[in-house]
Design a protein around this ligand. Structure first.
Ligand code: GLP
Length: 261
């Protein structure tokens, strides 16, 4: 722990504070981040250490820390502690343009990397069979990745494609759409369904948030110009990191009426 942080987390700083103790601690940590005393990626001292330094109960410390985790200021990694969250900020994603994760991040200057969770050829599940419009004996390629922007886990994406569309799962480098583009299989249209979700333990751990945090489930079915399905992808996005934005226009008849003198 840095000397600055040690001084900050001392009984003296806490002597004259007002309001509930957990809110005081919360403000202290937020100020320390704002003033650069602790930086994105820095580890916070353990709850026990904070509690003993400023003479608070561990329950109070935990409440302050959990509040900051919930608000995306801090994040926790199982077994390794609590850290200051990197500053990707909330990503605003248009709902009307068909782009890839890699392109979405590149347009915001965010660097992308992925951790592969699965890639292989499988016998399709009944859901994949229907969603991809497969014929008997067709196989599916499954690609599952943890998608990371500026070193911050943002989404989990599990894509299924017919093995006829993508015969070799290893042909995918950093971008699925880039691999599909090379073989003329990049989708030109997609239908996307978004629903609210609470993150289960496993997904939450991969995304570096606490279990039960809010998530967005996104199901994308994308198509070639011919109408053939290209991918059926189920993604889970961190709700604290993403805003999906839709542009709304008047229906054509109403718009014409408005233009009339
Ligand atoms: C988005 C979509 C996925 C799609 C992915 C491709 O995130 N939700 O359905 O598979 O982009 O991204 P990339 O080309 O970066 O792999």
């Amino acid at each position: 722990m840095s000397e600055m942080l040690r001084t900050l987390l001392s009984i003296d700083t806490f002597k004259n504070g007002r309001g509930p103790r957990y809110l005081q601690l919360r403000r202290l940590i937020e100020d320390a981040i704002r003033n650069g005393l602790i930086k994105p990626g820095d580890a916070l001292p353990s709850e026990r250490e904070i509690a003993s330094r400023i003479d608070l109960s561990r329950v109070t410390v935990r409440k302050a820390v959990q509040d900051l985790v919930r608000d995306g200021v801090l994040f926790q990694r199982h077994g390794s502690g609590t850290f200051v969250a990197p500053k990707v900020g909330r990503v605003e994603q248009s709902l009307s343009i068909l782009t890839s994760f890699t392109e979405d991040m590149a347009s915001r200057g965010i660097s992308v990397r992925s951790v592969w969770l699965d890639r292989g050829i499988y016998v399709p599940s009944p859901e994949e069979f229907v969603a991809l419009g497969l014929s008997a004996n067709e196989r599916v390629v499954r690609i599952a990745r943890l998608r990371i922007g500026n070193d911050e886990p943002l989404a989990l994406e599990r894509a299924s494609l017919s093995a006829k569309t993508l015969p070799d799962p290893n042909a995918v480098g950093s971008s699925l759409y880039e691999a599909l583009e090379k073989t003329g299989m990049r989708p030109v249209r997609a239908v996307q369904r978004i629903s609210a979700a609470l993150l289960g333990e496993k997904d939450a751990e991969l995304l570096g948030v606490t279990a039960g945090s809010a998530g967005l489930n996104i199901e994308r079915t994308s198509y070639l110009a011919s109408g053939k399905v290209v991918e059926f992808t189920r993604s889970v996005y961190r709700a604290d990191a993403y805003d999906f934005v839709a542009e709304l226009r008047l229906p054509p008849t109403a718009a014409t009426k408005q233009e009339e003198p």
